[in-house]
Design a protein around this ligand. Sequence first.
Ligand code: GCU
Length: 429
Amino acid sequence: MWWKILACVWVVIFGSIVAKASAQPADTIFDEAQVPAYVLPDPLVMEDGRKIESAEDWTTLRRPEILRLFEEHVHGRGPVAPDRIEYTVTSTDTNVLDGMATMKQVTIYVTGKRDGPSIDLLLYIPKTAQKPVPAFLGLNFFGNHTVDASPKIKLSESWMRSSEEKGIVNHQATEASRGTSASRWPVKKIVARGYALATIYYGDIEPDYPEGWQFGIRTAFDTKDKTAGYGPSRWGTIGVWAWGLSRAMDYLEQDGAIDSKRVAVMGHSRLGKTALWAGAQDPRFAIVISNNSGEGGASIIRRRFGEALHHSVTQFPYWYHPRYRDYAKRENALPVDAHMMIALMAPRPVYVASATEDRWADPHGEFLAARHAGPVYHLFGLSGVGVDQMPPPDQSVGDLVGYHVRSGKHDVTDFDWEQYLNFADRHYP
Ligand code: GCU
């Protein structure tokens, strides 16, 4: 296909730029004493200075304002949902994971047109279920076939980022790619706890490189402005991926095996940023989980520790609305910050997880955002993270806002999933 060839050529060039840029920039701060002072915007004060004092005013006045500020200054705005989606169940296997689960594969036609762009969804449903089950939904980095080694899972044909470890050759998955992300998706554990797991490949929605916007689902919506910088300036790539999560949710709402009032959206790293933005925009997500999402996700943007805004918009300008770049080294002028993103989930439960060695993502900044979302939860008579100081490693804290910092590196582990499962158990009576 012509666009795949074009995509490959572009990526060879971009790959070498990223390889040079991926070493941590010399001005990265990893010393608390060097973090410049900042003042967080108050989530409970409107742009015009009015103070928000009730849950109702939060919901009708301040929340929409903050959502709009994130659209205008950070992520841009995507199109509304298509009138209807179409989907095809391409396989159903009632005996997978040693008989514990049914596995379904579904192709979702996100514009409602079968000749339009589509996303492949992989779904595991516990077999013991007598009624619709709650689910976790997450984007994956290298295709649904990386979640488990089963040869029954469709090998993605979409463009992939380079990775020898994941068996990617010329930006395509190979048989060697199967199961290579299994450690991040403990499917048996999830299913054994009575939850379904749904996952989609983020590259089905839009390939992750600056010119990727020309090859993703937005081409079906944007008719003008295709040559301008990063494409139509209305939404950054994180926004496009988040929109894709909502389309997966559209499908889950139609699947009788799923309790669609209990779908948690979960994501790691750039896909954790995406899970937050999806959860903020789409109230159908009952729980929102950010795993090591860092700058542009759960960590305080103003805190210039680890990855700073100017690093992110230099390496990944296309992830955001072009206006976000104006705040490089001017974080204090931004009308929002990460605690307000977390607060957009209120009164729904939200979980933020860090890792001790993931200093690039600023674990302390992630904790602070979780903590400073508290006042909004308090308006609803609910309690947030419940502590003033970061808890010791490997200890989960919080009520409506959960938090832990796991020992170890930037990753998703069984420990992280256990906390998410416990959190969901607690919040789904
Ligand atoms: C880079 C980027 C982070 C991002 C991460 C990832 O490190 O700077 O912001 O979270 O990639 O998604 O893996």
